[in-house]
Design a protein around this ligand. Sequence first.
Ligand SMILES: *Cc1c(COP(=O)(O)O)cnc(C)c1O
Length: 361
Amino acid sequence: MSLIKNSILNIKPYMAGKPIEETKRELGLKEVIKLASNENPLGASPKALQAIRKNVSGINRYPDSQGFYLKRKIAQYLKVQSSNVVLGNGSDEIIDIIIKTFVEEDENIITADTTFLEYEIISQVNNRKVITVPLRYFKYDLEGIKRKINKKTKLIFISNPNNPTGTYVTKFELEDFMVDLPRDLILVLDEAYDTFIDVDDFPKSLQYLSGQNKNIIVLKTFSKAYGLAGLRIGYAIASSDFASYMERVRQPFNVNLLAQVAATAALDDRDFLRKTRKVILQGRNYLYEALNKLGIAYVPSVANFILIDVGKDSVGLFRDMLKYGVIVRDMKQYGLKNFIRVTIGTRKENERFIKVLKKVL
Ligand SMILES: *Cc1c(COP(=O)(O)O)cnc(C)c1O
């Protein structure tokens, strides 16, 4: 008999993108680039770095448990109240807090089958049932999700845009979906990549919070556009009622001191955000053109990564690219055997990626 809980025994561990240092060490390489975790290729926001340097000697103290200044800054930035904001140790932690706050033992959670893996993994860790609905043409199938809703459904996770496909649910599709959604169900819209959106029909999700359907939680993160993945900080925007209960569930010091000051400063770094967006949008076009020229199929993306059909086993391709010092993400764990996901990098990184891809194909 195992001492481990049954719910834990069957969990497939999350496989993170391979770290640069590990790759250098294992393969004896000097020049390694990582395009595997949708990180910011320009580094971290300079204003955030400055704030960290200024506050680093204060780390003998516990961080502000309420995250007062950061919440206030986020509230100003998004035109909500501080009481609508819940801070987390990355939005990963917020996902956990949401499940713990809202989902009873016998209730279930619905998401897509090919989406951010943490929705399913964290649900399993909390011993909650997950129903996954296949994507349609690489997009969330909202009609399919609606058909799967039953009396025991409490939460729906939508990654918008969807990681790893880069597709998005439009304003029209989302509003159509929300019209007759059961009142006792919570919709989570994970907008980790909102900065990179360059389409007009992307939903303005915060508007829904003050509308009729208040059962909406929007997730945002500092890990991608602001370049703070290593600090671990994300947040939720929810009704102040929801937020107050989520506050009870989180650990009192879940967001560390340096993360709080860095994120507060980063929100003022409009310059860095603008630069980042420009590099990503230009990089996206460069990669599209290069892939088109090579006759390689991909899924058009509104995020800072592209899902690419490499037409053969992607684990092998991942390893081949690694030998040339380029780390990408094979999509085996996502059930897309012949696909890789590549994060858009700097111009130089993108060129190197294409060169190496050509070589190994
Ligand atoms: C990267 C990502 C996150 C961010 O996670 P953090 O824990 O904030 O680093 C959340 N959701 C999706 C869909 C992501 O791709």
